[in-house]
Design a protein around this ligand. Structure first.
Ligand SMILES: CC(C)(COP(=O)(O)OP(=O)(O)OC[C@H]1O[C@@H](n2cnc3c(N)ncnc32)[C@H](O)[C@@H]1OP(=O)(O)O)[C@@H](O)C(=O)NCCC(=O)NCCS
Length: 248
């Protein structure tokens, strides 16, 4: 074999290898995306089931105004290590009263969840604006714990965020708060990252994330079309979106 022929054979082999690697990479990306969507769908079903479950004697209410503020503050201040100022509470409850939900028993507020939903540039769909939900505070009075009230409040909040168009819900919790971690992970939240010394007391946090299924997504269980592969491979990685080539 001539030297040139050998070279071209080698080149062909390399090209084939590159193409195979690229195909594998595209396939993996597609599988990850499908898995993410299936997990989101599963957590959505679970959330619906739990929302439907009844708690005798519990009244589920929305934040009505300043009259509720002292009870929300008392519940949260009693149980969370992070000290929040009244301005932080007001920031949430005044801007997103429909995402501040209370559980009452015989007129007494025994639990609350405080959340918000804001516009975020989506990392999921290039160029599309979407909302991201954030759970800021969750507390249940000691006497009423372990009866599903915390879970039900979080589910109700998530359902509202979904209805507002949120593509995901995030929150932080102390890495040592195994009860909260268990509650959230049962609902499908996954650990996204560890935030070192995140809290004022020096404790680390886990950021948890729950992707929400898009209303228009139909998972028919079939492999994606070649067109879907092409679109995936053409999409720049999340960190690169919106950057021009001349950017550093
Ligand atoms: C975390 C908290 C809100 C949970 O509320 P709750 O109403 O008791 O929770 P639920 O009854 O819905 O329990 C949900 C899951 O959490 C876990 N959990 C709840 N209490 C638990 C306990 N005492 N021990 C172990 N796991 C527990 C379980 O996995 C439970 O599911 P299961 O009952 O099917 O086993 C409540 O313990 C609390 O107010 N803690 C102090 C404040 C706090 O940590 N907030 C979270 C900050 S992010």
């Amino acid at each position: 074999m001539t030297k040139q022929k050998k070279k071209s054979k080698q080149k062909k082999k390399e090209n084939n290898g590159d193409a195979e690697a690229l195909a594998k990479q595209i396939q993996q990306t597609t599988l990850d995306e499908t898995r993410r969507r299936r997990e989101a769908e599963r957590s959505r079903e679970l959330s619906r089931e739990l929302c439907a479950s009844r708690h005798d004697g519990v009244e589920w209410c929305e934040y009505e105004g300043e009259v509720n503020l002292p009870e929300v503050m008392r519940l949260v201040d009693d149980d969370l290590s992070e000290p929040y100022s009244i301005f932080t509470y007001r920031y949430f409850v005044k801007n997103w009263p429909s995402l501040c939900l209370l559980a009452k028993i015989e007129g007494e507020t025994v639990a609350c969840v405080v959340s918000k939903a804001e516009v975020e540039n989506s990392q999921l769909v290039a160029g599309e604006t979407c909302y991201r939900g954030y759970i800021a505070m969750l507390a249940v009075n000691n006497t009423y714990r372990r009866s599903g009230i915390g879970t039900a409040l979080v589910c109700r909040s998530i359902e509202r965020m979904r209805a507002m168009g949120c593509a995901e819900v995030i929150l932080e919790t102390e890495t040592t708060n195994t009860i909260a971690l268990s509650l959230y992970e049962k609902l499908g939240f996954a650990r996204d990252e560890r935030l070192f010394k995140y809290y004022l007391n020096g404790a680390d946090a886990f950021r948890l994330c729950l992707p929400l299924a898009r209303e228009d997504f139909v998972d028919d269980g079939l492999p994606p079309t070649p067109e879907a592969f092409r679109q995936l491979s053409a999409a720049p990685p999340p960190g690169e979106r919106g950057r021009s080539k001349s950017d550093p």
